[in-house]
Design a protein around this ligand. Structure first.
Ligand code: CP
Length: 305
C-alpha cells in the first residue's frame, strides 16, 4: 500500500487499501513489531466538537508510534478572537505541523484547506458535521472483519438517527461496496431516499432475527432542529431491548459508535452483553488509528518486517 496525504472520506480508499489497513491494525493489536519514527514529525489534533474516543485514541496512537503531539484548545486560542479554522490551520502549518487531525461541525470543512496552495500538511478527517467519519468506519470494518473474516453477503442493519450520523454515511457506502447486504431502520423522519442506493428500509422487528451485524446509531440530539415526538418511547419503537436481543442470531454482533444514550438506542443492561462488541470497537479504534498513521508515514518509520 502506498502512503497517502489525506483521509477525508471513506470512499477515497480502495478495497485493497482498506484490507491492508485492517491487516495492519490486527497486527498492531497482537502487539507485534510496533514501529518507531526515524525523524521528528508533529501532529496537531484540532477538535472543535467534543470527543473522547476519537481524540484520545488518536493521541495514544500517535504517542505509541513516536509522533510529537500538539493538542489544540480552541477556547484558549485566537479562534476566540475570531480567527477562522482556515487561518488557524495555515498558521500551524507555518509552524511546521506536518499533519492535522480535525473534527469540526461543518460538513466538508476541509475543502478550503485542500484547495489552498499554502496548505502543505497531511490531513485526517476526525468527523465533519453530518458528513463522514472515515476512521470510525475503518474501526467498525475491522471489528466486523475480526468476527466474520469477510464482508460478503453479511446482513447488516444500520439503525437509528441515519440522517444526522456521519458514521452511518461512511458505513453505508463502504459496506455496500464490500458486498454486505445493508438494511436501514429507525424513525422514518431520519431516513432519506438517497440511502436506497445502498440498501432497503425495514422495521426493526422484521429484521432483527436475520441480521449478522446490528449497528445502532447515537441519537444526535445536538444536531436536531425538530425533535421527535416526545411521546415516542424510542427504545421500544426503534432500539435494542431484551426481547429483540433474544431474537438475534446466535453469532450476531452489536455495534454502536458511542457515546451510548443508555435506555434509548440500547437497554442499559445490554451494553456489555455477550453479543455486544461496543468496547471491542473502542479498543480496535486505537489500533486502526495506529495503522492509518503508519501508512501515512510508512517511509519515515523503521522497518518492522
Ligand atoms: N465514536 C466517536 O466518534 O466517539 P467520540 O465522539 O467520543 O470521539
Amino acid at each position: 500500500m502506498n502512503t497517502f496525504n489525506a483521509l477525508l472520506k471513506i470512499e477515497h480508499l480502495s478495497i485493497t487499501e482498506i484490507e491492508s489497513l485492517i491487516e495492519q491494525a490486527l497486527k498492531f493489536k497482537k502487539n507485534k513489531n510496533i514501529p518507531k519514527l526515524k525523524k521528528d514529525i508533529f501532529i496537531a489534533n484540532l477538535f472543535f466538537e467534543n470527543s473522547t474516543r476519537t481524540h484520545k485514541s488518536f493521541e495514544i496512537a500517535q504517542k505509541k508510534l513516536g509522533f510529537n503531539v500538539i493538542n489544540f484548545e480552541s477556547e484558549s486560542s485566537s479562534i476566540k478572537k475570531g480567527e477562522t479554522l482556515y487561518d488557524t490551520v495555515l498558521t500551524l502549518n507555518c509552524l511546521n505541523v506536518d499533519c492535522f487531525v480535525i473534527r469540526h461541525s461543518d460538513k466538508e470543512y476541509y475543502n478550503e484547506l485542500i484547495n489552498s496552495k499554502n496548505f502543505t500538511s497531511k490531513l485526517i478527517n476526525a468527523g465533519d458535521g453530518v458528513g463522514e467519519h472515515p476512521t470510525q468506519s475503518l474501526l467498525d470494518l475491522m471489528t466486523i472483519y475480526e468476527n466474520f473474516k469477510t464482508f460478503k453477503n453479511l446482513k447488516i442493519a444500520i439503525c437509528g438517527d441515519l440522517k444526522h450520523s456521519r458514521v452511518a454515511h461512511s458505513n453505508m457506502k463502504i459496506l455496500n461496496k464490500l458486498g454486505a447486504k445493508i438494511y436501514f431502520s429507525g424513525p422514518k423522519e431520519w431516513f432519506e431516499e438517497s440511502y436506497l442506493e445502498y440498501g432497503e428500509y425495514k422495521n426493526i422487528d422484521d429484521l432483527i432475527h436475520e441480521v449478522d451485524v446490528l449497528m445502532l446509531l447515537r441519537v444526535q440530539n445536538e444536531r436536531h432542529i425538530d425533535r421527535l415526538n416526545n411521546n415516542i418511547n424510542y427504545l421500544s419503537e426503534y432500539g435494542l431491548n431484551r426481547d429483540r436481543y433474544n431474537s438475534l442470531k446466535e453469532n450476531a454482533i452489536i455495534l454502536h459508535p458511542c457515546p451510548v444514550n443508555r435506555n434509548v438506542e440500547i437497554e442499559s443492561s445490554l451494553v456489555e452483553s455477550e453479543k455486544s462488541k461496543i468496547f471491542t470497537q473502542m479498543n480496535n479504534g486505537l489500533y486502526m488509528r495506529m495503522a492509518i498513521l503508519y501508512y501515512m508515514y510508512k517511509d519515515d518509520f523503521n522497518d518492522i518486517n
